[in-house]
Design a protein around this ligand. Structure first.
Ligand SMILES: [Fe+2]
Ligand SMILES: [Fe+2]
Length: 210
């Protein structure tokens, strides 16, 4: 597998070595190794995600804060912490697809990090739509960026969709990831750098392969 292209590259080449495109490349992609996954995440310090109080936070800072928060909330759940670290990698793989970024990220990390991490990555988008539908106060706490993309992602879940979401064995953890996601948009907050997470991600990938 070749090194991932910079998110800023106009001639983006998917990490699986697929055909280069000038727009959104055709999924699915699959990361074959942790090095390639983290290399892509590491380049996301120039890619804006949410907007909080008028300040834009980059995807790398957001991802690091999300993992840091989940490690505090769920210190024994390494899969959930790693899911927080990589939950927005879909934004880097297919720029501009707010609706599909959870699915793209899930498809890309599933072979490397396993089904549960992939499910949590995919469900973090539905979890926002679920919480908007079921928690009256949640929408008021959403960042401007999350509100902006909510409609692109389908708006609040409908009743049948709420039931389907709640039936997932990953629903509670996806909601936890979502709450961390919203809390992980504090510009300038100092957290551990990406390289500090590498051993945990490698460990998880090795266990997943075993
Ligand atoms: Fe996201
Ligand atoms: Fe996020």
């Amino acid at each position: 597998m070749s090194a991932a292209a910079s998110p800023d590259s106009p001639d983006r080449r998917p990490p699986d070595g697929g055909a280069a495109t000038s727009g959104a490349p055709t999924p699915p992609f699959a990361f074959a190794d942790v090095e390639t996954l983290l290399a892509l995440v590491s380049t996301s310090d120039t890619v804006a995600d949410g907007v909080v109080g008028g300040d834009v936070i980059d995807v790398l800072s957001h991802s690091l804060q999300c993992a840091d928060i989940l490690e505090t909330w769920h210190p024994h759940d390494e899969e959930l912490v790693v899911a927080g670290l990589v939950h927005d990698v879909g934004h880097l793989l297919v720029p501009g697809d707010a609706d599909g970024h959870g699915r793209h990220g899930a498809d890309a990390v599933r072979p490397l990090l396993g089904e549960r991490v992939a499910a949590l990555v995919e469900l973090h988008v539905a979890a926002k739509r679920y919480l908007v539908a079921t928690d009256a106060g949640y929408r008021r706490r959403l960042s401007h960026g999350s509100i902006r993309t909510l409609e692109l992602q389908g708006g609040p879940l409908h009743e049948a969709e709420v039931a389907a979401f709640e039936a997932s064995p990953h629903a509670a953890d996806a909601v936890a990831l979502r709450h961390a996601d919203e809390a992980a948009k504090v510009p300038g907050r100092r957290v551990a750098p990406l390289e500090d997470w590498a051993p945990l991600v490698v460990d998880l990938a090795n266990r997943s392969a075993g």
